[in-house]
Design a protein around this ligand. Sequence first.
Ligand code: CP
Length: 315
Amino acid sequence: MKHLLATDGLDPAVATAVLDTADELKHTLLGREVKKLPTLRGRTVITLFYENSTRTRVSFEIAGKWMSADVINVSASSSSVNKGESLRDTALTLAAAGADCVIVRHPASGAAQRLSEWLAEPGTSVVNAGDGTHEHPTQALLDAATLRERLGSLKDRRIAIVGDVLHSRVARSNIHLLSALGAEVVLVAPPTLLPYGVESLPVTVSHDLDAELPAVDAVMMLRVQAERMAGGGPGQSFFPSAREYSIAYGLSERRLKLLPDHAVVLHPGPMLRGMEIASAVADSPASAITEQVRNGVHVRMAVLYHLLASEGAAA
Ligand code: CP
């Protein structure tokens, strides 16, 4: 694997290899006081974030450090991007400075793909850490890792992805990865928060959350991306109000009781408690939200390993 740009088109065998490596790394490090492997010693990893992040940026930094890579964080707000430097010049500068891998988050869909083309000559690997409304492949991989832990195989498991699918790169990456790994995906969303061309995706669509919950193995709640809902003044909004959304699509305590006992609740974060998901649900035994964050570190270690490590053992 040279880059990780999307789960759309990702070979399921490669995805499974990354998940198996993540599992192996997790068990290798379990209970260790000093979480440090020598695998990426001498490698330089740079995170380049043009949008805010807590989970993705921090877990990539921890992942790199636990594998002994040198990790440098660059944010748009504190770099020469603020002086008008282009994404291309920024990326070429980081490659010239010695980056073996650039992990990029950018508001434009397709930015990671463009970066991989610009960095083909220096040979720098690129990881998409979220590009616009397009994809967030490491989030989908950590979600799959969490579901595998809780449910075993994903084959024939039914997974509901609920809420603001239209703006969600997490949803898009999960739709492709989960279906490639054999799961059935049902999107549960208001009509105005579904993407154009949803019919061409490997999913079924529902607008009735209560009707879907009793038949799913997992429910993945999405963040409502108010920052991407520009346009429409008072009374003209295309989208449901927060109250309408919460009533129709929020995962309440009443709705938690509709789920089968074994079902898993996921949320990629950051979550809006009380709107997308009730606090009591987010903190319930069915919730794997903290495990998602924990698994995010091991999955990102595995991604860096598959991109950067020479042939040999993972640990
Ligand atoms: N899930 C996710 O991408 O979270 P951050 O925006 O905090 O990285």
